[in-house]
Design a protein around this ligand. Structure first.
Ligand code: NAP
Length: 255
């Protein structure tokens, strides 16, 4: 493991044991950050952290189920004791609600027949979990000289894109679970940015694109590393960078 310096930034990525979160964790570690690999399963978290350490990164597993507020508070306590502050929070953990089916192929998310319990479960992770984790670690982010929060959203969160009957999303199945959860995440991003602007905390949402991961049975056309690039860019913004924005690799995404 590399030796840590007092200036070395500390980053927490939720759901970092696989997929886009794991790739983002790897890229942040490659930039010299100490990376806390948030994972709800301690064994999967340790395996991912060990792989990042084997690649030369400074990575540590941190047990964190974003739907379990007790683990969020315990994770914040561990960060406080071990590092004293947090510089970067990537709220990446997310579920589609439909198992290993692309959100666009999820017949069970069609609004008129959706199971309300599934909607609740998706919001529990993708929306309420973000509030729980963000608020648990916010006092530690406030101790950073350059705090950054990145909420991993989706192009599907864009009302402008999904509401256009002639637009690129017109062919997709309507969704009452995943898509609205990411739209709510957009609203949360703006509200946190508004509250924290005066404190210098930059809060932005990232749309990684269609990435081949377990969440879509690897049907995406981008690699996790490609999807993670915009996440890492927003996690490493210079002072004076944007806040309250929504970005993909191609640039700003319309709300
Ligand atoms: P993935 O490979 O399925 O990874 C999801 C990660 O979230 C896993 O580490 C999973 O942990 C974790 N997770 C789920 N529920 C959790 C919870 N309650 N507490 C902690 N961790 C939890 O999917 P992915 O494609 O990389 O997705 C990552 C993020 O990108 C999600 O927010 C997703 O909505 C977003 N996104 C993905 C795409 C895409 O095309 N793939 C497009 C747009 C947005 P386990 O291993 O324990 O299940």
């Amino acid at each position: 493991m590399s030796e840590r310096t007092a200036q070395q930034k500390i980053a927490l990525v939720t759901g970092a044991n696989k997929g886009i979160g794991r790739a983002a964790a790897g890229q942040l570690a490659a930039r010299g950050m100490t990376v806390l690999v948030g994972a709800r399963d301690p064994r999967r978290g340790e395996e991912a952290a060990a792989a990042l350490r084997a690649a030369g990164g400074d990575a540590h597993a941190l047990t964190l189920d974003v739907t379990d507020h007790t683990t969020a508070r315990a994770a914040a306590q561990r960060i406080r004791e071990r590092f004293g502050r947090l510089d970067v929070l990537v709220n990446n953990a997310g579920v589609t609600g439909s198992g290993q089916v692309s959100p666009q192929d999820a017949h069970d998310q069609v609004p008129s027949s959706v199971d309300l319990n599934m909607v609740r479960e998706v919001f529990e992770t993708n929306v309420f979990g973000v509030i729980a984790v963000t608020n648990a670690v916010l006092p530690l982010l406030r101790r950073s000289p350059a705090p950054r929060i990145v909420n991993v959203s989706s192009h599907a969160a864009s009302l402008a894109l999904t509401g256009d009957p002639d637009g690129p999303f017109a062919a997709l199945l309507p969704s009452a679970a995943y898509t609205p959860s990411k739209a709510a995440l957009s609203a949360l991003t703006v509200q946190y940015a508004n509250e924290l602007r005066k404190d210098g905390v930059l809060v932005n949402a990232a749309a990684p694109g269609f990435v081949a991961t377990d969440s879509n049975d690897h049907t995406g056309h981008l690699t996790p590393a490609q999807g993670a690039a915009v996440v890492v860019r927003l996690a490493t913004l210079d002072a004076g960078g944007p806040t309250g924005g929504f970005f993909g690799e191609e640039g700003p995404v319309p709300w």
